[in-house]
Every structure is written in C-alpha cells, then in structure tokens.
Ligand binder design. Sequence first.
Ligand SMILES: NC(=O)C1=CN([C@@H]2O[C@H](COP(=O)(O)OP(=O)(O)OC[C@H]3O[C@@H](n4cnc5c(N)ncnc54)[C@H](O)[C@@H]3O)[C@@H](O)[C@H]2O)C=CC1
Ligand SMILES: O=C(O)[C@H]1O[C@H](OP(=O)(O)OP(=O)(O)OC[C@H]2O[C@@H](n3ccc(=O)[nH]c3=O)[C@H](O)[C@@H]2O)[C@H](O)[C@@H](O)[C@@H]1O
Length: 435
Amino acid sequence: MKIAVIGTGYVGLVTGTCLAENGNDVLCVDIDKNKVNQMKAGVVPIYEPHLDVLFERNIEAGRLNFTTDLKEGLDFGEVIFLALPTPEDEDGSADLKYVLGVAKEIGEYITSYKVIVDKSTVPVGTADLVRTTIEQDCKTEFDVVSNPEFLREGFAVDDFMKPERIVIGSSSERATEVMQRLYQPFVRSGNPVIIMDEKSAELTKYASNSFLATKITFMNEIANYCQKVGADVDKVRIGMGTDSRIGKRFLFPGIGYGGSCFPKDVKALHKSGKDINYDFKILEAVVEVNEHQKTILFPEVSSYFDDNLEGKTIAIWGLAFKPETDDIREAPALYMIDKLLEAGANVKAFDPEAIENVKEKYGDKLQYGKDMYEVTEGADALLICTEWSIFRTPNYDLLKSNLNNPVIFDGRNLYPTVELAKQGIHYISIGRQKV
Ligand SMILES: NC(=O)C1=CN([C@@H]2O[C@H](COP(=O)(O)OP(=O)(O)OC[C@H]3O[C@@H](n4cnc5c(N)ncnc54)[C@H](O)[C@@H]3O)[C@@H](O)[C@H]2O)C=CC1
Ligand SMILES: O=C(O)[C@H]1O[C@H](OP(=O)(O)OP(=O)(O)OC[C@H]2O[C@@H](n3ccc(=O)[nH]c3=O)[C@H](O)[C@@H]2O)[C@H](O)[C@@H](O)[C@@H]1O
C-alpha cells in the first residue's frame, strides 16, 4: 500500500519505518527541514532502540522516503497517517492546532479517495472535527479513522511490530477494510484488531494512559506511606503484583511519572470532562500527587547538607524521563536540576542518551560527564533519577573513592538496602527505610 505519514517524531517515524518494513511504500512528511535533511542523509533523528536497522534497510530498498512537501505526501498516499503533536494547551486541554491545521490543507489538496488516520492522541470528537475541517474545502471522497497508538518510547519498534492490540475507530466499511488489510501482517500472532466507533477509540487511548498513570500514582502514595510507617514498598509491590488481577507491571514507585504523554494526557482527559461538567476526581488527584512526588527527594538532599547546598556538587545519573530514550520531556530529573541550581549547587550530569537534549536546555549551567563515574569524581553526593541498566550494578568501591561523602539519593529504588548498608553507603530511596 502507499502510505503518507505526516509528522516524523517518536510515533510518526516508527509508524512509517515499521509499515515500510512490512512491504508498504511510505513517504514521511515533516515541516522541520533540518530533520528531513537529516533523514534523507540516512540519519535517525531520535534515539530509539532497533529503529536504525529498519530505517537503513527500508531506505536502501526504496520503500521509505522523506519530504517537507505536504502536497507531495497527500498525492502519494492512499492512507494518510497524522502523527502530529497534541501538546498541552494553557488550560490543560490538548492543543489541536497541528492536527486541524494539516486537516485544513488536506481538504484543499486531495483529489482522490483517501483514508485519513488520526494516530495522534486526541480528545473525543476530534475525528468529527477533522472530518468537518476537511469537508470545508474538499471536492472528493475521504474517510477519517481513529487509530490511537500505544507504543512506549524505548520499546517503540517492538511495540509497533508486535502490538498487543490495534484499535480502529471507524464508521466506514471501506476505510475499516483498508485498515484491516494494512495491519494484517502485524497481528499474525493472534493479537486482536479491535474495531469500534471513533469516539470510543479516542477515549480508549486516554483511558489507557490515565489508568496507567493512576496505577503508578497509587503506588507512589503507598510508597510515601511505607516510609512513614516503616514498611518496605518493594516487598508490598511484590506481594500485590503476584495477584493476577493487579499484575506486576507499572507498580514501581519513583519520583513521579514524566514523559511527553502521561502528564499531558491525564490533564487533557480531566479538562475534557470539565468542559461538559463532568468532574474526574481521580484524575485531579493523580495530577496533584504526581506533582508532589517530583518534589519529595529534594528536601532529603537539602537536609543531608543542613539545608545549605551553596557550592556543593551533586552528581546526577539519568536525565531522560525513563531509560532507553533520549526524551527529556517532563523528566523528573529536570525538576531536581532546577531545585539544585536554585539552591546554589553545582550539578554534574550523566545520561547514556539524553545529554544533548539537556545541553540544549541548560547549556553551560551544568557540567556533563562522558561516563557515569566521571561525574562522581569529587562530587558531594550522587542522585539517581532514571533507572538505566548500566546504573544497576555499580562499582561501589570506585563510587566511594570518587564521592566526597558516601551518599546516594535514589529516585528509582535501584539497589537493595541491605547491600548498601553492607557497603557503608548512606542511602535514601523511595518508600523504603533510610540506610
Ligand atoms: N511519544 C510517544 O511515545 C507517543 C506519542 N503519542 C501521541 O502521538 C502524537 C505525536 O507524538 P510524538 O511522535 O511524540 O511527537 P513529536 O513531537 O516527537 O513529533 C511530532 C513531529 O511532527 C512534526 N510536525 C509538526 N507540525 C507539522 C506539520 N504541520 N506538518 C508536518 N509535520 C509537522 C514535528 O516537526 C515533529 O517532527 C501525540 O499526539 C502523542 O500524544 C502516542 C503514543 C506514544
Ligand atoms: O501515549 C504515549 O505516549 C505512551 O505513554 C506511555 O509510554 P511512555 O511514556 O513511553 O513510557 P512508560 O514506560 O509508560 O513510562 C511513563 C512514565 O511512568 C514512569 N513509570 C512507569 C512505570 C512504573 O512502574 N513506574 C513509573 O514511575 C516512567 O518512569 C515514566 O516517567 C504508555 O506506556 C504507552 O502505552 C503510550 O503509548
């Protein structure tokens, strides 16, 4: 099939590349000229494991191409995927200006039947809005389908190639048939393609993300309570997670969820309820608790230094909002960096993939390390914000000789408290007793 993907971010580029990998001809369109030039030169503009191999292979095979020309993309594709940003607007709602802006142009340009697929995360009713926007200028037949994306950054290729489910919201038989044909190779393992109406599909996405954010937030509250009553959240987590109705995943407490989606999607669902006088009380609490969770570790760091961080050097391991990505959108590490700088501390930061993005934001306000131990040399404490695998089994002797004080503040509970006690390291983590 001939596919155009509009927007080549984490979702669009993975979608385009994986569709090409299954034999489709894909033209990716992006408004960002630099990005398109980079991709034309064979460079993947984001860090996403395994994407580079598929990317190169499909460019070489001539199935994956790039342009900045939207009209060229619309002429080319029978199916047009919209993988455009839907960032948080000032009032918490999803800003639809990118999606509706492109929809307007689609109406002006298309001259034959197209299936327009909304892959961006958009509020209930957006498929209708896209349809009416296109209709204003359109002289040909088209259908609008909602096809929310459930991939995770860091596992995006795997999630796209072997999805647990594909949700298609469509009221058109013709478009549904096209989408089923397109996705058939991705569900050969038997995972379902679930067909429903557009509104239900749109809400399935928000409900899924909000539920997962709620699950994490619930555990963060349990962790905070554990700390107060002397229980250990890791034990509680394992005890709970073995109940298959609860499940083991997404029960890991920390210093709050971040990323480009949970924070904005929970707020957007809450706001869309508010717009129709429905008060999502749970979601309001989730937002509030998560904001608080980001703040819980800083006072520990501060009080260790008698609330005087002026001139102290803090090493940070992990800057991305989670491991296996270079994405720092709403990363809890950024909150910690801001607070440390505000208190007059020097920050030496290391992350396996996200340093370039952090440099863009902070420039020379921070020092950056080439490896995880370099930043600990002469630092007064180590702070962990992201659970990259390489941090999991550190050389404790080297750490102790590098750090001025043997102290670790761990926002991700990487180490067994017993081990750290044995090592003689002062260790503060989340929902567990201090060592
Ligand atoms: N990042 C993720 O893991 C997931 C994101 N989503 C949703 O997918 C959507 C896209 O998210 P990301 O890929 O993370 O966004 P992104 O910000 O990484 O990428 C968006 C791309 O669209 C381009 N763009 C903006 N305006 C354009 C225009 N008029 N024409 C062509 N290109 C344009 C930008 O230059 C950028 O390359 C959002 O609605 C998000 O909520 C859904 C599932 C997972
Ligand atoms: O809509 C989206 O963008 C995507 O959002 C999330 O994916 P992602 O943001 O890439 O990452 P997650 O692995 O879900 O983690 C999100 C945040 O929650 C935190 N988290 C996750 C799991 C956990 O147990 N505890 C916890 O604090 C992570 O550290 C991270 O900050 C969802 O998992 C995807 O299904 C969805 O498609």
